[in-house]
Design a protein around this ligand. Structure first.
Ligand code: ADE
Ligand code: ZN
Length: 326
């Protein structure tokens, strides 16, 4: 089986609807309107997606709920060939459910470690601030991360509604995380244009960009990103579900890759977008006419850009080379 690695997946966005329904009953949370008739999440645009995401997150009330979620995510992805996966974790979502940052991290780590013991899949966490909650909330997220270090928490990022706020609002939070040695990434170029991508490169000094696909609209920016080797966490299934592009064949991931920008493939919020990491790899490769070597390259690019220690990176790259000799 082809091996995959993932850099961009929101832990609450990976929640299987069945798990959310089960926990909602146990925790007494009302989920009216959260699911449609066939049992999947109900939403119709980015704004209603973000609100469905918040409602699904609200059923995870105890560390064991998060352990079950992390285990379900990692064990499921490992069955489809994932050997390494990072997840975005959000202290603001934990706080809304009454969980402290440290308890939240410990719950997720427990599920991640159980999946690693069962399947060998490695996981890391990236703390994200939620952009539409404003500058102070994002700074608080960075400070919570620094105050409660955990060996599996290795990066800091920015998620949420890109149409709100300016990159400069979050420069202080990113400076705190950078100073403490965390890897940096930010969502940009999903609902914002090329200027939004430029802003997070200039002001947040990230090495990776979440989505970044709208950089394709600006040839100068694409040249800069190829030169600076800015890694794109591309999420084709998510972009199509949210209506950015009509299908995988016309999705700009191929043009970005041919421009020499390091691209990776990611699932973002898989059950919300009727995808999985395996499907995103396989269906994008098919639509873009990528051969097996190109697919191995996607996994290699993700491992090289991963926010993990060098020993883990070398071990995983060796595992990839053994399975898919070039
Ligand atoms: N949070 C969860 N999914 C997201 C996305 N695709 N963009 C921004 N914030 C998100
Ligand atoms: Zn995302």
């Amino acid at each position: 089986m082809r091996l995959t690695a993932e850099l961009h997946c929101h832990i609450e966005g990976a929640a299987p609807p069945q798990l959310v329904r089960r926990l909602a009953i146990r925790r007494g949370v009302n989920t009216e309107g959260l699911f449609n008739a066939n049992g999947s999440y109900a939403w119709s645009d980015f704004t209603s997606f973000l609100s469905a995401y918040d409602r699904a997150a609200a059923v995870f009330r105890e560390p064991e709920d998060y352990a079950a979620l992390a285990h379900a995510h990692y064990a499921g992805a490992a069955r489809e060939g994932m050997i390494y996966g990072e997840v975005f974790i959000s202290p603001d979502h934990a706080a809304s459910a009454g969980l402290s940052f440290a308890t939240y991290v410990e719950g997720i780590a427990a599920g991640m470690e159980q999946a690693r013991d069962e399947t060998g899949v490695e996981g890391r966490m990236i703390v994200v601030g939620v952009r539409h909650l404003g500058r102070e909330a994002v700074t608080r997220a960075a400070k919570a991360m620094i105050a409660h270090p955990h060996p599996l928490v290795t990066g800091f990022g920015l998620a949420g509604d890109e149409r709100q706020g300016m990159a400069t609002d979050f420069a202080h939070a990113f400076a705190i995380a950078r100073e403490a040695g965390y890897g940096l990434t930010a969502h940009a170029g999903e609902f914002g244009g090329p200027e939004s991508v430029r802003d997070v490169l200039d002001h947040l000094r990230v090495t990776r960009i979440g989505h970044g696909v709208r950089a394709v609209e600006d040839a100068d920016l694409m040249r800069r990103m190829a030169e600076e080797k800015v890694v794109l966490e591309v999420c084709p299934g998510s972009n199509i579900a949210l209506g950015l592009y009509p299908d995988r064949a016309t999705h700009p991931v191929g043009r970005l890759r041919r421009a020499g920008i390091p691209v990776t493939i990611n699932s973002d919020d898989p059950p919300f977008f009727a995808t999985t990491l395996g499907r995103d790899y396989d269906e994008t490769a098919l639509a873009q006419h990528w051969d097996a070597a190109a697919v191995t390259d996607l996994t290699r690019t993700a491992l090289r850009a991963a926010f993990c220690d060098e020993e883990t990176r070398v071990r995983l790259l060796a595992r990839l080379d053994e399975t898919h000799p070039s």
